[in-house]
Structures are given as structure tokens and as C-alpha cells.
Design a protein around this ligand. Structure first.
Ligand SMILES: Cc1cc2nc3c(=O)[nH]c(=O)nc-3n(C[C@H](O)[C@H](O)[C@H](O)COP(=O)(O)OP(=O)(O)OC[C@H]3O[C@@H](n4cnc5c(N)ncnc54)[C@H](O)[C@@H]3O)c2cc1C
Length: 340
């Protein structure tokens, strides 16, 4: 019997963990390297929306990738079941004034997304109702959600399956393949020159611990509200070029003010802020697959959809590590693709 493939995964965010788990399933012996605490990264502060349709409708960088994002979502039920994660299938609702909703409705029709209109009066709401600019909502039944606390669960499952966690860097003698899943970090630029295509986008997100809300994710203009076990999450800023994972109180306060315009009931509530730094490529998709450097595989650059993409990324990484066909999305994600 031949010795198992030894894989070092650098980075214990959702991409690194999904990769480690898929590699173990495929028969590899995996070490996971991260100098930071588990859940001290962008993955841990994320809102956890698994939302191909809302993203395609509200983020120009995602509109052209709806097919791939939907394929990623389709992997979630089996991924969640395998690792004991609680998938919230309540759906999402896009809020806005008449003009916004009619533009979103036209885009939904063009993309083949079912998004029935709901009058404001029939919308369940947060305490305090909706701001005066909100005329109604479009229901997106097929978007789901996962609590980002699932990162800890994935870490525990990986450990249980024999993945060894190390704070130090991987040493070349210890592995046959290196997977670089370090988010926006350029520490492995020498090993994987494709990382030079990544730019950081910082995001602030607010937690309202005493706001209880159960219902669909609510996505208004300028702010969304997401139920979570630790209170309501309200996000999120997109700050291109900002790579410091440090809360800026002014930006956090600006987000809170924007959110109050949509959800006036937030005005009386206390909140705390967190930040994460997303990594992004020019075409909005991550770099996933073999590097031009032999023995190196990338899984970085998730932008706004790291949680959504994670199961797909794991599968592509595992296929590449074992020199198998990465499947129908491999070429779209390949780190060596033409990014202009
Ligand atoms: C406010 C906010 C809200 C978001 N909401 C959503 C959402 O609703 N849905 C969704 O799908 N996505 C969302 N995202 C995006 C998502 O969080 C990211 O796309 C995803 O977490 C990226 O995962 P990652 O594993 O690539 O990177 P990270 O989570 O950043 O993990 C990278 C890891 O690499 C480690 N690392 C760095 N340098 C080294 C090194 N030299 N050696 C070893 N390890 C290293 C870091 O310590 C870190 O743990 C959101 C992001 C933010 C900021």
C-alpha cells in the first residue's frame, strides 16, 4: 500500500477548513497551519448568507457568476449533513422603494430568478417596522444561511478526523502538496505568485445582542439584517483597498445610521462592531486550483461569498491535489486564468 498524500493547508478560514475536510475524505493526510486563533478571521465574522440569487441581483461582480454560485449552493445540503451543520432555508427578502424594487424585479426576470413582490403591509418586520423609503420587498425563497459559528464545528470535525493543527508555517519536508488558503494575506506570494492578483476589501458588521428576529434575511439599500444565535447581525461595508482588520468607530457608526434608515427599531438598541478583510480578484471569483508553481494549490480570494463557495472549493482543491479533473467549474476558478 502506498503512503497517503501529505497535504499542508495554510489558513484555517472556511476555505482552508473545507479544503482540509475534502482532502481527508479523499484519503490525504492533512496538517492545517494558522498562526491565528480558530475563528479569528473573516470567516468568523461573516453573516453566513448562502445567497446566489440576492448576490447576483445586488452585486455587479456576482451577476455574471449566478450559475457557479448556484452550483455551489447545491452542494450545501450534503455538506451540512455530513458535518452536522444547521442550514437555515428561510430565504431572503430584498427591500426598497418602488424604483429599486422595479429595477431589481427587471434584473430578476432577466436572470431567470423567481422574486415575487410583497406589499409593505404583508411583510413581517423587525420591531420598529421599516423606514419610510421602504415600499415593499421581493422574496427570494432559494437563498439560505448558515451561522458563521459553524466554523468552530468544522474545526472540531477536522480535528476528529485526524487533521493536525499547527500555529507554525509548513515546512517543505513535511508535505507533498501545499494548499494556500490564507485569505487576503500575501505571505505565500513566493510560493504562489498568483496571489498578487488579490486585493483586500474590508467589511464592518454590527451585532445587536438584544434584538431578536426570526425570519428571512432582510436586504435593504445600504444595510442587511440577518438573524443569528447571538443576536441580530447588521452589515456590511465594502471598503476596497483597506487591509487592516481594525474597527473604525466612524465607519461602524455610519453603518448603524444607514441601517436605522431601513430598520428604525435599531435606533434604541446597543450594538458592537466587528471587521473582517475579504480578498478579491478582478473578476469576482476566487483563485482555486493549481498554481503555476508545482506542488502548490490555491484557495483564496473569496470576496463576499466565501461561505457559499466553501463546499465547492473543497471539492476542487481535493481533485487538484489528487491530480483528478476538478469538474465543470475548474477552469472558471483556475488561478492561472486570464484576469486581464
Ligand atoms: C463583514 C463580512 C460579511 C460577510 N458575509 C458573508 C456572507 O454572508 N456570506 C458569505 O458567503 N461570505 C461572507 N463574507 C465573506 C467571507 O467571510 C469570506 O469570503 C470568507 O470568510 C473567506 O474565507 P477564507 O478562508 O478565504 O479567508 P479567512 O476567513 O480570512 O481565513 C484566512 C486564514 O488564513 C490565516 N493566515 C493568514 N496568513 C497566514 C499564514 N502566513 N500562514 C497560515 N495561515 C495564515 C488567517 O489567520 C485566517 O485564519 C463576509 C465577509 C465579511 C468581512
Amino acid at each position: 500500500m502506498s503512503a497517503p498524500l501529505r497535504v499542508a493547508v495554510a489558513g484555517a478560514g472556511v476555505f482552508g477548513l473545507a479544503s482540509a475536510l475534502a482532502l481527508v475524505r479523499a484519503g490525504a493526510q492533512v496538517t492545517l497551519h494558522d498562526p491565528g486563533p480558530l475563528a479569528g478571521n473573516a470567516s468568523a465574522v461573516a453573516a453566513g448568507m448562502l445567497a446566489p440569487m440576492s448576490e447576483a441581483l445586488t452585486d455587479p461582480a456576482a451577476a455574471g457568476h449566478l450559475d457557479l454560485l448556484q452550483a455551489a449552493l447545491a452542494l450545501w445540503p450534503s455538506f451540512a449533513e455530513r458535518y452536522g451543520l444547521d442550514l437555515d432555508r428561510t430565504g431572503a427578502r430584498l427591500l426598497g422603494d418602488e424604483a429599486r424594487l422595479s429595477a431589481l424585479s427587471a434584473s430578476a426576470q432577466a436572470l431567470g430568478i423567481t422574486a415575487p413582490y410583497q406589499e409593505i403591509g404583508s411583510l413581517p418586520s423587525l420591531a420598529g417596522g421599516y423606514g419610510s423609503a421602504i415600499a415593499g420587498g421581493l422574496d427570494i425563497a432559494g437563498d439560505w444561511r448558515i451561522d458563521a459559528a459553524a466554523l468552530l464545528r468544522l474545526g472540531a470535525v477536522a480535528e476528529g478526523l485526524g487533521v493536525t493543527r499547527r500555529p507554525g508555517p509548513p515546512s517543505p519536508a513535511d508535505h507533498d502538496v501545499l494548499v494556500v488558503a490564507t485569505g487576503p494575506s500575501l505571505d505565500f506570494l513566493n510560493a504562489a505568485p498568483e496571489l498578487a492578483r488579490l486585493t483586500p476589501i474590508r467589511g464592518h458588521i454590527l451585532r445587536y445582542p438584544s434584538m431578536n428576529y426570526e425570519g428571512p434575511v432582510l436586504r435593504g439599500p445600504g444595510a442587511y439584517a440577518v438573524p443569528s444565535a447571538q443576536g441580530l447581525l447588521v452589515g456590511a461595508t465594502m471598503e476596497p483597498g483597506q487591509g487592516q482588520a481594525v474597527v473604525d468607530p466612524e465607519i461602524a457608526a455610519g453603518l448603524a445610521a444607514q441601517a436605522q434608515d431601513v430598520f428604525p427599531g435599531l435606533a434604541q438598541q446597543s450594538w458592537s462592531a466587528a471587521v473582517g478583510v475579504r480578498a478579491a480578484t478582478p473578476d469576482g471569483l476566487p483563485l482555486v486550483g493549481v498554481s503555476a508553481r508545482p506542488g502548490v494549490i490555491l484557495a483564496s480570494g473569496a470576496r463576499r461569498n466565501g461561505w457559499l463557495l466553501a463546499p465547492l472549493v473543497g471539492e476542487v482543491v481535493a481533485a487538484c491535489a489528487f491530480d483528478r479533473d476538478p469538474g465543470p467549474w475548474g477552469a472558471r476558478l483556475a488561478p492561472t486564468r486570464d484576469l486581464g
